[in-house]
Design a protein around this ligand. Structure first.
Ligand code: F6R
Length: 364
């Protein structure tokens, strides 16, 4: 049942190229040039804002999608964790698209937030793994992420499949709102189709990440840094590490470092930096150098171009394949997950069933 892997989590990490290909095949037209949503589709030009609500890892998928929707479709996106949203009872403008993301489709707080939005938002869309779930049933439209059964308590393939579906929605929104041409859409879709191959190459870094993680397992605190779309991934990396290895970890937007967390830096606190060579790379590198100037040990996850200019003084490097900027979060999820996995294995924790956690949180 674990298909030769030691843990379900390892199996589910390894399945990502396959499940993402399947999700793409489901949502892409045969000619590859368009996105197909279930009838009656979603008219993104009918909304003036999007509100996205979820918990945990699914919330970080929403956080990433906020960058996508705002950047490519120029539509404002509000995000919140469901436990805050439901009691905050925020005012909802009539032309809101509400999106709820949940692997299980049964998370109590997310379901309560969805019920709050009924009759207030124009349309309620859910992005779920379990198609028959309560959240799917109570939505106007439910989009499956097609990750297959996820057994490990720590969400891995559901996260990357959520990201894949949300990326497609952002592209669809961009076209509907006149922000993206059919040609650019075709380019972006062909970029998306390269992802399974890139993910397979990232999975080949397993041994490298295993070696690094042995050392990380000695740490008491770990910081994760990223900018732009790598910021939500830093949050996700920290969540993954703390939930299965029980090492205290925090994710920060790298520009926030000097507003407090840099006080934590010393030679015992590893700092993991996700920084593909994109438009924000130089900014992130300068934050990383501030960390190193204070004796911090940096693990830099970047690509060939990035490492060529920024490897000096870095404790460990991980060289990722190059990836189209927009879709980097989906690829960089792999090292985030593998670092957490191998660190937990090195510590000897119960990786698939970490203490105090349940796979589906059906009580608030
Ligand atoms: C973390 C994790 C949790 C879930 C959260 C939401 O690895 O698995 O943070 O993401 O409990 O669960 P769903 O997606 O089922 O609503």
């Amino acid at each position: 049942e674990k298909a030769g892997h030691k843990h379900f989590m390892a199996k589910e990490i390894a399945e990502q190229p396959t499940v993402i290909s399947e999700a793409l095949a489901y949502y892409l037209a045969n000619d590859g040039a368009g996105i197909i949503l279930p009838d009656p589709g979603i008219d993104f030009s009918a909304f003036d804002r999007i509100t996205m609500v979820a918990c945990g890892t699914a919330f970080y998928a929403c956080y990433t999608a906020k960058y996508w929707f705002e950047q490519v479709a120029r539509i404002p996106v509000e995000i919140d964790v469901a436990s805050e949203f439901r009691y905050r009872e925020p005012p909802v403008s009539a032309n809101t698209l509400a999106i709820f993301v949940s692997q299980s489709g049964e998370t109590a707080d997310t379901l309560a937030a969805l019920r709050y939005m009924k009759g207030k938002a124009k349309t309620i869309l859910s992005v779920v793994n379990v198609a028959e779930s309560s959240i799917a049933r109570e939505s106007d439209m439910a989009l499956p992420i097609l990750a297959g059964v996820e057994v490990g308590v720590a969400s891995t393939k559901a996260f990357s499949c959520q990201l894949t579906v949300l990326a497609l929605l952002a592209l669809e929104a961009a076209c509907a709102r006149g922000e993206m041409s059919a040609d650019t859409l075709a380019t972006r879709l062909s970029e998306l189709r390269t992802l399974p191959g890139l993910l397979t190459r990232a999975l080949d870094l397993d041994e490298t990440l295993n070696a690094v993680s042995n050392e990380l397992s000695e740490a008491k605190d770990v910081l994760f840094l990223g900018r732009g779309m790598m910021f939500p991934l830093a949050l996700e990396g920290a969540l993954k590490l703390k939930e299965i290895s029980y090492i205290h970890a925090e994710g920060y937007a790298s520009g926030e470092l000097k507003h407090g967390p840099i006080a934590l830096i010393d030679s015992h606190t590893p700092v993991i930096v996700f920084a593909p060579h994109d438009a924000l790379f130089d900014k992130t590198v300068s934050n990383m150098q501030e960390v190193m100037a204070r004796g911090g040990k940096v693990l830099l996850v970047s690509d060939k171009k990035g490492l060529e200019v920024a490897r000096e003084g870095v404790w460990q490097t991980v060289q990722m394949p190059e990836v189209p900027d927009l879709f980097a979060p989906i690829l960089y999820a792999i090292p985030a997950q593998l670092i957490a996995y191998h660190t937990a294995v090195a510590k000897g924790t119960d990786v698939d069933q970490p203490r105090n956690l349940a796979k589906s949180v059906t009580v608030e």
